[in-house]
Design a protein. Sequence first.
Length: 420
Amino acid sequence: MDMLILNQVWQIINSTSFFIYNIFFFPVMFFTIYFLTISLISIFSKPKNNFNIKIKEWPFVTIQIPTYNEIVALRCAKKCLQFDYPKDRYEIIIGDDSNNPEISKKIDEFASKHGIKVTRRGSNKGFKAGNLNHMLKFSKGEIIVVFDSDFVPERKFLKKIVAPFVLGKNVGCVQARWIFLNEKQNIVTKFASGIVMVYQKLIAPINNNLNVPLLFGSGQAVRKDLIKKLGGWQEWSLTEDVEFSVRVLKAGYKIVYLHDLKVKGEVPFTIKDLRKQQRKWAYGNFNAFLDHWKSILFGKFTLPQKAMLVMTLTGYISSIFLAVFIVSGLIYFWTGEPVPFNFMKFSKETLKSTLASSGFLLAMLIVLKKEKKTGMIGQIIIAAFTVGIAVTIGVASGIINALLRKKMNWYVIPKKGKLR
């Protein structure tokens, strides 16, 4: 009797997993088609923007470097001191939220030596957004340029990111493209770099061509008056840059993505940190969509703009579909009735599932080919089926917390702090 009940339960699990597997096949396939489509578009289209003209009068700029127990912020500040921008037309502020007195002491010593402002709040209230809002009170610049502490801009960076503001009065924000100092450090950094490259090389240029690009949080510039007009950065947000971008677009201002302007930063180098980073981004992006979905779906945006905004803000949900698809498929396979092994059938089903679920990986490989980094392909494929599992779990956690409107803590990603 017990065996009969067990067999019935086994059959229910098998049939249920098969049903779920077939249902989730369609959203998984949809995202695969989406990633392949944007990959093809990127091959046949060119990013727009070029601002190579002479400017006689440069606006005053404030460079903000928010930091929380990150001594690497001094490396960023040191690079900012070397800008070829008129020295009397910009200032540097380090927003030090550190609770480590040794780090704060080193920041003070460096700042005193180089004429850099340091602001402190005595806490990390509101996370990075709270720090940015606090620094704004002490910022004299018309334009605010923000760098995360691990970024190292080149000498000509400031003029290039400021130029669009001078040329277009309706330009509210400008974003540079990220590249990475520690990309080749290990298999985790290669995979982390690949994830960001898919967004910045494939999705962001399309958004820019449609006039709906979003800020990335570092290597970005914003008009100070616009920040004040829109009520500042959203405190406690984990992706204050994305949420602010949506408000900027809703207000009718332009965001420019400078695909050719590159700025170097670091990516997480451990699985734990990459998982936390991607969970944070998934949570923040999805929250931004939940906060503004009515304006996005029913506002003044065109249909292509709406489609790309929705996909950009909610795209992380593809990881949940993929996870359920794979797990249900495995459960169905292992709970099925024992039958003679059919190699052809097994190969066919495996190929079908792999092709249906490999859209993001294929997009990543296309980006690596475009960037002439084919030497990374082997490790990226291995990482997708190892590191990628941990990342998927983190992303799923972030999406679920966002859907439940549950608060999440901010997490500082450790930095190596070495120039490469």
